[in-house]
Design a protein around this ligand. Structure first.
Ligand code: SF4
Length: 358
């Protein structure tokens, strides 16, 4: 609990929170974001959709440059729909979660082919589009079309859990949180309300040290009143991520080109380029075992060190073995200078490691 929260507790009352108090705060303190319509402007559904897909599991600061680059290159959904998938993946490179980029492209095509290039306006219709789940459908319906939709992401869960002192842990408490969020969402200005909740969660009701003293709901917040706000929301303890291991084969030609391969279209990092490797498994590979998966028979040398990468559901450690050949079959690239390569962060890390060790 921060001192800011503690000082104000004496004045807390038990009146229910009102959406109008948050909207008044929003009118004064709203963040200026590249994808956000200014007051009086009409939101562009394409901009709202693009930003929401990019913001899934990524921060506002990271998304900004990507969003601007996408919008500059593909200013509307029709332009994005006709873009080659490889170009989209290359532009997405570094944002992670490449399946989202693939679905983004599919979604653009579907909007053009089935909806004449206009995003549908209802949550139910939006949910039928690739890559749009319950949160994103609600966010687009509310923000782009001002429909009354209940928009709940991690920020909103935190604010609601504190506001109503929901002490049951997430995810089981999701139903209770939805009930409160639904009751609080206004009929009018639902889009502004959703964005106000996001802003409050990002700037005031932050994960650590909520700034209760400047919160529009400080007098009615039950979590603050009870002195437990900073401890909420609670979570069911997570199981540790499993650790997996691979051994990557860095095969270089004298001219500096290296052998890369494309991952299968479906699944993790679908369609992206990678350094050829063994399968990923629970045990560390010895070089002898790994050599059956090497792309060519060569004088493989195990490089010192390990490349670490984290995926949502597991952590992955790579050892890297290196060899040089004069030429050979396969796809050869100069990853540092070739333009528009769809290189995921995992591949970039291995490239950096191999270059630094050789
Ligand atoms: Fe503090 Fe968050 Fe409650 Fe506002 S909603 S008073 S910032 S805990």
């Amino acid at each position: 609990m921060t001192s800011q929260c503690g000082e104000a507790m004496a004045s807390a009352s038990t009146t229910s929170p009102r959406s109008s108090d948050l909207l008044t705060w929003y009118d004064r303190h709203r963040r200026t974001l590249p994808w956000r319509a200014e007051p009086g402007e009409t939101a562009d559904p394409y901009a709202v959709w693009l930003s929401e897909i990019m913001l899934q599991q990524t921060t506002v600061a990271t998304v900004g440059p990507y969003y601007r680059a996408f919008l500059e290159r593909w200013p509307d959904v029709t332009a994005l729909a006709v873009a080659p998938l490889d170009d989209v993946l290359a532009m997405w490179s570094g944002l992670g979660y490449y399946a989202r980029a693939r679905r983004l492209h599919q979604c653009a095509r579907q909007v053009v082919e089935e909806h004449g290039g206009r995003f549908p306006e209802t949550e139910a219709q939006l949910l039928n589009l690739p890559g749009i789940g319950a949160y994103t459908a609600a966010a687009i319906a509310a923000i782009a079309f001002d429909a009354r939709a209940v928009v709940i992401d991690g920020n909103v869960e935190r604010v609601i859990a504190r506001l109503f002192a929901v002490t049951d842990p997430l995810p089981p408490a999701k139903k209770t949180i939805r009930h409160h969020a639904d009751a609080l969402t206004p009929q009018n200005r639902a889009g502004d309300f959703a964005q106000a909740m996001m802003d409050l969660g990002a700037t005031v009701c932050t994960p650590r040290n909520p700034a209760c003293g400047i919160c529009p709901w400080r007098d009615v917040c039950q979590g603050r009143h009870q002195g437990i706000a900073a401890d909420l929301p609670r979570f069911v303890p997570k199981k540790p991520r499993p650790q997996r291991h691979g051994l990557a084969f860095w095969l270089a030609r004298p001219d500096g080109a290296v052998l890369l391969r494309r991952r299968p279209e479906e699944g993790l990092l679908g369609g992206m380029l990678e350094v050829p490797s063994t399968p990923w498994r629970d045990d560390v590979w010895s070089l002898d075992e790994a050599l059956t998966h090497a792309p060519v028979a060569a004088e493989w040398l195990l490089l010192p060190g390990v490349v670490r990468h984290g995926f949502t559901h597991f952590a992955l450690d790579f050892q890297v073995a290196a060899a040089e050949v004069s030429d050979g079959d396969g796809s050869w690239y100069r990853p540092e200078t070739d333009q528009d390569l769809a290189l995921p962060t995992m591949t970039r890390k291995i490239i950096r490691h191999a270059r630094s060790q050789l």
